[in-house]
Write a protein that binds this ligand. Sequence first.
Ligand code: SF4
Ligand code: SF4
Length: 383
Amino acid sequence: MRDDTVVIAPCGNYEIAAVKEALRSAIGSLNGFDSIRRGMRIGIKANLVAAGAPNTAMTTHPVVVTALTELLIERGASVVVGDSAGGPWTLPYMNRIYSVSGMQSAEAAGGELNRDFAEGDASFPEAVKARSFRYTAWLDGCDAIINVCKLKSHGMMGLSNAVKNMFGTVPGLLKPEYHYRYPNPNDFADMIVDLCEYWKPVLHICDAIVAMEGNGPTRGTPYPLNLLLVSHNPYFLDWTAAKIVGLDVDDVPTLQAAKRRGYLPDRFENVPISGNWKEYAAPDFERILNRNSTLFSETDTLIGRMTRGFMTAALGAKPAVRKKQCVGCRHCADICPAKAIRMENRLPIIDRKACIRCFCCQEFCPVGAMQVHRSPIAKWINR
Ligand code: SF4
Ligand code: SF4
């Protein structure tokens, strides 16, 4: 039977020998190498959301990917590393990200960086939301997938970790369209859980040696947590990661979706964990708390809709531009799936009625000028 324990593996730096030993020990304790056989082609699904250097904590650190690549090759497997970023699903675009994020080290270790940019169409009748979807076809060539995510705060989803990382199986520029198709955070979360269930990675590894707090998932601040988390169960892993950074199920729509499906136990104490998570708790980690966004989203009565409208307008997090930081590149306007941004005098103006609060503009602003804004009362309620 699969061991669903979440292993907390202390690791104080990105020294390759230390990371490799921490991974070897954690994966071994779960018998996680048993599913890796000689001759298999393993897809490492990293987080390569955008072109960020390793010290920005924007992407999975290359040393984690490289150490895992070496361990898999030692077992006779071949390795391909990939992800779809929030831009064109093309070789030049991804090459730049491979280069800036330092992923060539995985290639130097004998792995391969994905250069297959074909797309496929999936049918998944058992899904709650994503019964059909388009995906990055490089995953078809893999005998098994290992999900290697980065622990980051996230404007829309509260937490970017194992489950959220599977949204990177949707080709780049289609992602804003999926935000538009599922504007309700609960629906969006259900869609991502569907993707996670469809691909069913054989193992989930969270790089939290240095996590990202604040204005994540691309322009937040690096925060050293000095640990790796490893599990066969992405929902248990995400709940553990959430608790460590001061979040809980109500703060993370993908965890709520998992709870609705019965994937989580009633109490966190019933999640099997190897290691004492409280030793790593980071009470000062800057979180994006936005419970109001989902609080009334299930209510479809007139009063429920009115309440939701009021709560969202008054208390929901929203994107806001820091004018002094903005360089007028109009990237936010181009990527906005709701066409809610127009440029005036090289500054973005947001149509609040059209905005679906997907935070694509915040995620992909190249200079961090677009931020998650919460009113003082929302901060007080969500404190
Ligand atoms: S993407 Fe950022 S820098 Fe560019 S126009 Fe929008 S807010 Fe300004
Ligand atoms: S303005 Fe930003 S948050 Fe609002 S819909 Fe557009 S991209 Fe999404």
